[in-house]
Design a protein around this ligand. Structure first.
Ligand SMILES: *Cc1c(COP(=O)(O)O)cnc(C)c1O
Length: 383
């Protein structure tokens, strides 16, 4: 591989192409309507790609905002020296609100209890909190139901008048943005418009209104408002096969997961392979051992289906994926221990993609990359 770093982890590695990440930021910006800002979602260790190197690259590429789920993720950005705008949205009662205010992090509130706790943290720290009120416009997950929205807005407005907080954002999240034409999309946009109107009438003057995740950023311009809020597409994956492949949107997958074959050996026909012998060789064959397992984030559901490029061809996980390793069958093809096996990447070298893995195991590309474990070193290229 080009640009191989001087330290090359021998067992396995997730190579993270920061040049591709930078280019994806530009591609998403080009996709966003004119004058619309970018909040890059870096939750879950930047979808498994490594929070800090990705966040630095994304900031360099011009993202005005970073979005995290947990407060700890936001604090990690600050500890790394990031001073830009950060929104953190996953809160529970008793959460570290005071620390968030001290660290100048915008916080989200989707219920009255959160406004109360934010106001208390503002009093305790002497700081004015910056709050994004979250509306449940139909997702039915986080956020405030339309029936409760006027009360949430008026509580926030009252705390604003008391100087405890400023409502800097109004926001919501889609349920089915990855299904073009799904009736819930237009319905959610209508409910969001109503929520914005109620907030406006109450005197709130948010800096940013935002709703667009990756599929909405790519395909629903009416959802862009003041900021788009993509995650997965930054990392070069398509939010769904129905929408298209990454290159349709000018995106390039950022992560390549590969491992060095730990063992290559001939076995006779009728030989069971891995735990439970769910696979039995049909004749004399060559087995190759891939030193990655479910503790590294390789789904155990990939037993018998996960694709791997070995010795120029796609092979399939033969038998069960174990905690630290799995086996592929090479038939009469030859390979040697130490040779590179590529589980997924952009596809340029004929390797499977994260989407291929998702299809093979009945999940989505999001889960494939986000679950790659901490035991797999991330190797950064394209800096
Ligand atoms: C994860 C997340 C996103 C990003 O979604 P993608 O589909 O990965 O673009 C945006 N907003 C919220 C609230 C999220 O939880």
């Amino acid at each position: 591989m080009n640009n191989a770093p001087s330290f090359w982890p021998h067992r396995a590695r997730a190579v993270v192409d920061l040049a591709a990440l930078r280019a994806n930021v530009a591609a998403l910006r080009a996709r966003a309507s004119d004058g619309v800002g970018l909040m890059a979602v870096v939750k879950a260790d930047a979808y498994g790609h490594g929070l800090l190197p990705c966040a630095r690259t994304i900031r360099d590429a011009g993202a005005e905002w970073l979005g995290t789920a947990t407060p700890e993720e936001a604090f990690a950005l600050r500890a790394d020296g990031d001073r830009g705008r950060v929104l953190c949205w996953q809160w529970t009662p008793g959460g570290p609100w005071q620390e968030a205010l001290r660290q100048d992090i915008d916080v989200s509130a989707g219920a009255e209890w959160a406004v109360r706790e934010i106001a208390a943290a503002a009093r305790a720290t002497g700081r004015t909190a910056r709050v994004h009120l979250k509306a449940d416009t139909g997702l039915g997950r986080g956020g405030c139901q339309p029936a409760d929205w006027p009360d949430l807005v008026s509580s926030a407005r009252a705390a604003e008048r008391d100087g405890l907080l400023r409502v800097t954002g109004l926001w919501s999240h889609f349920a089915c943005a990855d299904e073009p034409g799904h009736p819930s999309i237009a319905a959610q946009l209508d409910v969001f418009q109503d929520a914005l109107k109620i907030a406006d009438e109450a005197g709130l003057e948010p800096e940013v209104r935002h709703m667009a995740n990756s599929p909405a950023t790519l395909t629903i311009p009416a959802s862009h408002f003041d900021l788009v809020r993509p995650g997965l597409s930054l990392y070069g994956l398509s939010p769904s096969p129905e929408l298209g492949v990454p290159s349709d949107f000018g995106l390039r997958p950022v992560m390549t997961l590969s491992a060095d074959l730990a063992l290559v050996k001939r076995v006779p026909g009728g030989h069971g392979v891995s735990y439970g012998h769910s696979h039995v060789t049909s004749g004399d064959t060559t087995l190759a051992l891939i030193p990655l397992g479910y503790a590294d984030g390789i789904p155990r559901h990939a037993s018998g289906s996960g694709p791997v490029l070995v010795a120029g061809k796609w092979r399939t996980a033969a038998g069960r994926v174990a905690m630290d390793q799995f086996v592929v069958e090479l038939g009469d093809d030859s390979a040697v221990a130490g040779e590179e096996a590529v589980l997924f990447g952009p596809g340029d070298r004929g390797e499977p993609t994260a989407e291929d893995w998702a299809r093979a195991v009945g999940t989505i590309g999001y889960e494939i990359v986000a679950r790659i474990g901490s035991r797999v070193p991330r190797v950064y290229t394209g800096e």
